[in-house]
Write a protein that binds this ligand. Structure first.
Ligand code: NAD
Ligand code: TYD
Length: 328
């Protein structure tokens, strides 16, 4: 299959490209704007064609979609804290970018997979969201992702485009930019830097190892029913504080590094996805959290070449703005 993977130079996209090229022999074209989160290094060991450009640019998208069998869209701004500080790019990429991709896919009658998130459902105290739960997003990140999902659905309903939506829970694993909880805590713990836990640390996330999500998206691409939404949730849920304690224990750092800091505004308490529908298609998560976390910590410990340029670059200024203290 020839695939156009938008946002394929980011965390999940690059893992998806690796899984598809390695395990399925797909021919992959990556279209990526290379924002701070997108890096050519993420794909240096995978055969692919690369187009540098934005999904909101119709000329670039039209050329990149030439001759492909399907489009998988990962391209997004993905960090909730950045969406609170500066929402502009979230609106452009999620609303306008998704629209341009859909219009181009419609003109070419190409199957379209939108990669989305559990955050579009909002927070849930108990139980789990199903695909028919109402959308109730809380942040500019999740609200613009929800808007994109609705637009995708409308292209199936109105124009008969073969669309699919995959809503994943919190991913973790190799190549994740260290603004997100797990890689941030791993690198800080390895360096003896403070571990900034928001609020009381009791927010709960449903953790999904990135290769499991990549396989789930591939599964939906191949076996999903057009027009449908599929939740792809992780096998374990954990409080943030327990995640941080597990990292400390595995790295051999001190609990004294934990620092409770001011909570994120509008912070969602708990996410939880029911994934029966994608399981009925034959997908199952294979990596439990304890094992996935060990693999992740080992990867960051062994791949300083990947994170050293990030940790010594613009990320330092971001970190200082976000946390009010410099990295060590
Ligand atoms: P990421 O931030 O690591 O990567 C995003 C990629 O998109 C980068 O390569 C970036 O350069 C590219 N990009 C951004 N704007 C673009 C634009 N306008 N045009 C072209 N490329 C652009 O993100 P990620 O964590 O890999 O997330 C990928 C997708 O999965 C997103 O749609 C996100 O909403 C979704 N998702 C993420 C998680 C998670 O835990 N990270 C969970 C569920 C769903
Ligand atoms: P994050 O990785 O930003 O993912 P999301 O907000 O999309 O779920 O955060 C995961 C959880 O960790 C979330 O409850 C916020 C919390 N968190 C901290 O406590 N400290 C931090 O420094 C970060 C980045 C996140």
């Amino acid at each position: 299959m020839r695939l156009l993977v938008c946002g394929g130079a980011g965390f999940i996209g690059s893992n998806f490209v690796r899984v598809r090229a390695r395990d399925h022999g797909d021919d992959v074209v990556v279209l990526d704007k290379l924002t701070y989160a997108g890096r050519r290094e993420n794909l240096q060991d995978v055969e692919h064609e690369f187009v540098h450009g934005a999904i909101e640019d119709p000329a670039v998208v039209t050329a990149a979609m030439e001759g492909v069998d399907a489009v998988v869209n990962f391209a997004a701004e993905t960090h909730v804290d950045r969406s609170i500080a500066e929402p502009d790019a979230f609106v452009t990429t999620h609303a306008l970018g998704t629209y341009v991709l859909l219009e181009t896919a419609r003109a070419r009658r190409v199957r379209y997979v939108q990669v989305s998130t559990d955050e579009v459902y909002g927070s849930i105290e108990e139980g789990s969201f199903t695909e028919s739960s109402p959308l109730a997003p809380s942040s500019p990140y999740s609200a613009t992702k929800a808007g994109a999902d609705l637009l995708v659905g409308s292209y199936h309903h109105t124009y008969g485009l073969e669309t699919l939506i995959c809503r994943g829970s919190n991913n973790y694993g190799p190549y994740q930019y260290p603004e997100k909880l797990i890689p941030l805590m791993v690198l800080n713990a390895l360096h003896g830097d403070r571990l900034p836990v928001y609020g009381d640390g009791m927010n709960v996330r449903n953790w999904l190892y990135v290769e499991d999500f990549a396989r789930g998206i591939g599964h939906v691409l191949e076996h999903g029913v057009p027009g449908e939404v599929y939740n792809v949730g992780g096998p374990d849920e954990t409080t943030n504080l327990d995640v941080v304690r597990s990292i400390i224990e595995y790295v051999g750092a001190s609990e004294e590094l934990i620092e409770f800091v001011t909570d994120r505004p509008g912070h969602d308490r708990r996410y939880s996805l029911g994934s029966e529908k994608v399981r009925a298609l034959g997908w199952e998560a294979q990596v439990r959290f304890a094992e996935g976390l060990r693999r992740t910590v080992d990867w960051y410990r062994d791949n300083a070449w990947w994170w050293e340029p990030i940790r010594s670059g613009d990320y330092r200024a971001y970190y200082e703005r976000q946390y009010g203290r410099a990295l060590g």
